[in-house]
Design a protein around this ligand. Structure first.
Ligand code: PMP
Length: 432
């Protein structure tokens, strides 16, 4: 495949846009560098780049595009919004309609508020939890990404439960010191943290199914214990469902595990591809938010008619019969097919999969927490990524990311992907 036009555009981008990209995850730094591919059109499960190469897309824009690119029902909703005004700065009926849809899907959402990104949504749940509990410390799980605001750009130091250290320049140590990081799926470390900072924890921030070091499910009973222990400690449970909301089932992760968190943050899928965030939860907690309460949160673009219309249309598609069953069926076949090819060519991989989302880890036997994901072979992934790209398969350029199926992927897309993976593994086996 030729990437000449992408390369040209990237050289130009480097002169004007920092690093050439508007989100660092889009750079190919982690997969051997070079120019990222510049797409010019997306339709259903496919992408076409500026060199006219065609791809089967498994990036799905890092999750939101669950109904495929340019889905006609969503496109129509956005087109209509464009002709009646995309931003009013006044309330609209669409906000009520959409809020009711979210509440029906997730009964824990007694009250909701819309904003513009997952980052904003999680950021506000933390402020609200701090306001409600009058405490400041947060527990989060190592390797989980919750957005790019100071409080969560924090990673673990050494030891099973530690005060965080800044994970980015510009994050004050004082901010990181408010965050305690424990390994996912490690109840002992979690209990230790609650005990050590007794009376200081405002909230525990949980990705109920991890999506940010691959797809990692909680051990049986883990989320129930976290819920119970957190409440016993007088703290709130915040679910970051930015990736998981509407991804695996319509009721989201909280329905899968039958748990009601106190607060939930959402984003990605609920915008149907347009910018969005939302948070919600228990009425008495949400009533901390302005104009009812003392916790401030606002937004010029929040609840804009275009994002509302796209989000409503997206959920309407997801309400159709058999959507998640089909994602499960295709996801299972893709997992089995890739595993078979890996075995055939002697490539050591592990796949974590839930419904239509999966992660292929190289060189490890299992991944249940961040250290295990981190131990997977980044070089092997980088080689695989480049080979798959040249086969016309678009993956996220990181060993930690998931592959996301959409409602538009077909059996033949899956079989073609499995065959491509087989050819990639064959080349990797030759080089060994
Ligand atoms: N939380 C989770 C679990 C996420 O995966 C992300 C984005 N990848 C965010 C929060 C931040 O969302 P956004 O990029 O929309 O700000």
């Amino acid at each position: 495949m030729k990437f000449t036009n992408s390369e040209k555009l990237h050289q130009e981008a480097l002169q004007h846009i920092v690093g050439g990209v508007n989100s660092p995850s889009r750079s190919y730094k982690a997969v051997g560098g070079g120019s990222p591919v510049y797409m010019k059109r997306g339709q259903g499960a496919y992408f076409w780049d500026v060199d006219d190469n065609k791809y089967i897309d498994y990036l799905a824009a890092y999750g939101p595009i669950i109904t495929g690119h340019a889905h006609p029902h969503i496109a129509k909703a956005i087109a209509e919004a464009a002709t009646t005004g995309v931003l009013y700065g006044t309330p609209t009926e669409l906000e009520n309609t959409f809020a009711k849809m979210l509440k029906e899907a997730m009964p824990s959402l007694e009250k909701v508020r819309f904003n513009n990104s997952g980052t904003e949504a999680v950021m506000t749940t933390i402020r609200v939890a701090r306001a409600y509990t009058n405490r400041t410390k947060i527990i989060k799980f190592a390797g989980c990404y919750h957005g790019h605001f100071d409080a969560v750009l924090v990673e673990a130091g050494s030891g099973p439960s530690t005060l965080g250290t800044p994970d980015s320049a510009g994050v004050p140590a004082s901010s990181a010191a408010e965050v305690i990081t424990v390994p996912f799926n490690d109840l002992n470390a979690f209990k230790q943290a609650l005990h050590r900072w007794e009376g200081e924890i405002a909230a525990v921030l949980v990705e109920p199914i991890v999506g940010n070091f691959g797809i990692v499910e909680p051990f049986e009973g883990f989320l129930q214990e976290v819920n119970e222990l957190t409440h016993r400690a007088g703290a709130l449970v915040i679910y970051d469902e930015v990736i998981t909301a509407f991804r695996f089932t319509y009721g989201s992760a909280q329905q899968i595990y039958n748990i009601e968190p106190d607060l939930t943050a959402m984003g990605k899928i609920i915008g149907g591809g347009l910018p969005i965030g939302a948070y919600g939860g228990r009425k008495d907690i949400m009533e901390q938010v302005a104009p009812l309460g003392p916790a401030y949160q606002a937004g010029t673009m929040s609840g804009n008619p275009a994002s509302m219309a796209a989000g409503i249309a997206c959920l309407e598609v997801l309400q159709e019969d058999g959507v998640y069953e089909e994602l499960e069926r295709l996801g299972k076949r893709l997992e089995e097919g890739i595993l078979e090819k890996a075995e055939e060519f002697g490539i050591h991989i592990t796949i974590n999969r839930l419904c239509g989302a999966l992660t292929v880890y190289f060189g490890v036997d299992k991944v249940t927490n961040y250290s295990e994901a981190d131990a997977s072979d980044g070089e092997a992934f980088a080689t695989f990524f480049q080979l798959m790209l040249n086969e016309g398969i678009n993956l996220a350029p990181s060993k930690y990311e998931a592959w996301f199926l959409t409602t538009e992927h077909t059996d033949s897309d899956i079989e073609n992907t499995i065959d491509a993976a087989g050819r990639a593994f064959a080349k990797m086996a030759e080089k060994k």
